[in-house]
Write a protein that binds this ligand. Structure first.
Ligand code: DQA
Length: 153
């Protein structure tokens, strides 16, 4: 069956930005030891229990992330995005999220506000419904819960 926004089970896109494919070995003291694959599995497990369908993606390329956001706009009921370093630089990702009519949440494993000053600015925060950061893998699960709540209200 082809999934669309009208399907019984709602689709949530989770998009991950650059270098998140290296989770597990990338600065584990900051990002933890879970791999992106571990995170994807936990997201799918959690979402199944509350009746949501996850499409989980990662790209190191800004334009590909813009394409994925546009696809989420066509297919999904909600968007969760960890834009990684593009958080702090990307007008293109900001603009793509602004076109959406579905709820969107920005997430981070770490708490960027507590880190280097260049991480204090988020171009994405101005475009999304809300931001969850600093809870490691749990930031993803909290965002799924938040999207589910937004979809119910
Ligand atoms: C990050 C925080 C960003 O500042 C950083 O560039 C990342 C990961 C996080 O999940 O904590 O790559 O988005």
């Amino acid at each position: 069956m082809i999934e669309t926004r009208d399907s019984m089970t709602k689709i949530i896109y989770i998009i991950n930005g650059p270098n998140l494919n290296l989770l597990g070995t990338r600065e584990p003291e900051i990002y933890g030891r879970s791999t992106l694959n571990d995170i994807e599995k936990e997201c799918i497990k959690y979402s199944k229990n509350i009746g949501l369908n996850i499409i989980f993606k990662q790209s190191n390329i800004e334009g590909e992330i813009v394409n994925l956001i546009q696809k989420a706009g066509d297919l999904a009921s909600g968007l969760i995005i960890n834009p990684a370093a593009y958080t702090h630089t990307s007008v293109a990702i900001h603009d793509a999220i602004k076109t959406l009519t579905i709820p969107s949440i920005e997430i981070h494993l770490s708490q960027p506000a507590k880190r280097e000053s260049f991480r204090n600015k988020s171009f994405v925060a101005e475009a999304v419904n809300g931001t969850i950061s600093g809870f490691g893998l749990n930031s993803y699960l909290l965002a799924i819960k938040a999207i589910d709540d937004l979809l119910k209200t």
